[in-house]
Design a protein around this ligand. Sequence first.
Ligand code: PEP
Length: 237
Amino acid sequence: MRPLIAGNWKMHGDMSWVEKPAAFEALMPATERKHLDILICPPSLFIAAMAASCHEANILLGAQNCHRAESGAHTGEVSAAMVKSAGAEFVIVGHSERRAGGETDENVATKAMAASKQGVTPIICVGENLDVREEGRAESVVTDQIKASVPAGVTDYVLAYEPIWAIGTGMTATADDIKAMHAVIRGLVGPKVRILYGGSVKPVNAKKILSTENVNGALIGGASLEMESLAAIARAA
Ligand code: PEP
């Protein structure tokens, strides 16, 4: 399956970051990455401004969130249609940092459905916290999240497994744990859905993680902010 290397810039950067796709292209030209997809998800304010630079660098563009509704009185929100019209083809939904703010599986499913209706591919995030992992319930909790977060009838989506305790902490799940969890996820999502691993993926651990069975790419936070480290991870895919 074609790997997807996805960068989540979170709330970082400014308008000068519009040039980063060109910097990535200089480090790793498109001719060297025909076998994989590179995706950058900047803050939504930058999406439209990055459409041209991403296109020129053969880099896909995504959003970090969208609203469930097509339009309406939702101050500060962006709809999937807006995301699409600004030039993005993907949208992250259900990131643990948003779930921590109260987003439920049901909210995630409605957002994923809204994205799908607009032809925007949702990247649906799931993952357990440390207590759940230590109690040995990680697989059942993630299974429940997937069942409730993937909307019925939507087949074009990406599933990102991100153990919460590994995000931004420098800790990563062991290769055996990733392999076991991704096997469970594969059983739930079927053979065609790309399953990403996320949680402190860095150049130093990328090869090991990306060569694990049923890992079809990575969702990368901190290491996606510098094009050197994003390119080094992409080279490992
Ligand atoms: C993320 O935000 O999805 C993430 C995985 O972050 P980091 O790579 O910094 O752990």
